[in-house]
Design a binder for this molecule. Structure first.
Ligand code: ADP
Ligand code: MG
Length: 413
């Protein structure tokens, strides 16, 4: 379906069925079609995939997509194929390698998904040399940075591959926007600063609330009672995941656990049940969610402190992708901060100041008597109004600072 020089807006309608570009999509697609190296920073759910899928269809040759998870690749593969895009992947669970390689060489593929460890190998480079490549898309590009919350050393090995094809444009995509990670991605992947495109990070339909943990099970039961739609509860450990899921399921609702310790069959079954459900609750570790596109998630609760503001924004951002009202609730305890601080000592010295900064930012979020959204958006370099009107503190201004003395000491230490 390679339609050379096809009009992007026409392809958007005919192939993807969308009436218009959203946010910065048009800007990103335009740069990519002009062959310019680009880093697109767009919030979760903003539609990053389209930014490379549309050029993949518009440009002659195949777009190579680097993606960190097989589950993610296969999700994307399914939806691309459903649109009639010629897509394939080369992963350890694919059995049609020979056919995929033949199709690539014959110019019969629009999209090829691979993991970074595969992409950086010499065999893969030789394969690409025997084909026509239109674009390198590096999805979840924050994985290239030690500053990011998901560092994957294999992403560091991609640069030689990209540089071996100087005429092929590169597009890096991520939802992680803090300045360190951003600068690091540009440097690591060889993208000039003018290639940076950032979209607005506000998710106005999400109502943010933060509360101290105080009888967790009961607090979660209250959330379930007040919200009938699908929801995700993030728990800090596998054991907590199982235990909370069991306890909450007694309320009659389908509540299932999800963590990396479950067999892949159970994980796949629970995930499909969740995707298909209109009222199910998934109690999960952060292993759940990357790349999950379920538009009608009505609430995301964190039963403990997330790793960073970036992770919090990304995880809570899985709520309300359909634009309808949704809730993000963060339940925290002073002991979360104690544990987070203890973990700093365990990371290598070079990363400790970054970790300290991450914890301080989380402290600011839970501690503030002002607008929660403003804290989040300022973290991403935006200048929000002082009041959003749709977070706990804006809706019900706290009478006084209700942070306990212990917590205050911990937060300011
Ligand atoms: P991201 O990777 O940024 O989190 P996705 O690429 O998974 O987001 O897209 C999120 C959702 O937005 C998908 O359901 C996708 O079909 C939809 N979407 C993308 N672009 C548009 C658009 N221009 N108009 C309407 N819906 C869109
Ligand atoms: Mg994505």
């Amino acid at each position: 379906m390679s339609a050379m020089l096809a009009d992007p807006a026409a392809l958007l309608r005919s192939v993807f069925g969308f009436e218009g570009f959203r946010g910065v999509q048009a800007q990103v697609v335009e740069r990519v079609l002009a062959g310019k190296a680009t880093l697109a920073i767009m919030p979760t759910g903003a539609g990053k995939s389209l930014c490379y899928q549309l050029p993949a269809v518009a440009l002659p040759g195949c777009c190579v997509v680097i993606s960190p998870l097989i589950a993610l690749m296969h999700d994307q593969l399914r939806s691309a194929r459903a649109l009639g895009i010629r897509a394939a992947s080369l992963t350890s669970v694919d059995s049609d390698w020979r056919e995929t390689q033949d199709r690539l060489r014959a110019g019969e593929l629009d999209l090829l998904y691979v993991a970074p460890e595969r992409a950086s190998g010499t065999g893969f480079r030789t394969l690409l040399e025997s084909a026509r490549i239109s674009l390198f898309a590096i999805d979840e590009a924050h994985c290239v940075s030690e500053w990011g919350h998901d560092f994957r050393p294999d992403y560091r090995l991609l640069r030689p591959l990209l540089d071996a094809f100087p005429d092929v444009p590169r597009l890096a995509l991520t939802a992680t926007a803090d300045r360190h990670t951003r600068d690091d991605i540009l440097a690591q992947l060889g993208i000039p600063p003018e290639g940076l495109i950032i979209s607005g990070f506000d998710r106005p339909n999400i109502r943010y609330a933060v509360q101290p943990r105080d009888g967790l099970q009961r607090q979660l039961q209250d959330v379930l009672a007040a919200n009938s739609g699908p929801g995700i509860i993030y728990a800090p450990t596998r054991a907590a995941t199982e235990q909370l899921a069991q306890g909450l399921a007694r309320g009659g609702r389908t509540v299932l656990p999800y963590h990396a310790g479950l067999s892949s069959e159970v994980r796949a079954a629970n995930q499909s049940a969740f995707l298909a459900s209109e009222d199910m609750v998934m109690v999960a570790t952060v292993a759940f969610g990357m790349g999950i596109d379920k538009p009608d998630v009505r609430f995301v609760v964190h039963a403990g402190l997330p790793k960073s503001i970036e992770s919090y924004y990304q995880e809570s951002g899985r709520a309300g992708r359909d634009g309808e009202p949704a809730i993000a609730l963060l339940l925290w305890g002073a002991e979360d901060f104690v544990r987070a601080r203890q973990r700093i000592a365990e990371v290598e010295p070079a990363r400790q100041s970054g970790e300290r900064a991450r914890i301080a930012s989380l402290g600011a979020l839970v501690e503030t008597a002002g607008c929660r959204r403003a804290v989040l958006l300022r973290h991403f370099g935006e200048t929000p109004p002082p009041q959003c009107g749709n977070c706990d503190n804006c809706l019900e201004p706290p009478a006084c600072m209700d942070v306990t003395e212990t917590a205050q000491k911990l937060l300011s230490a």
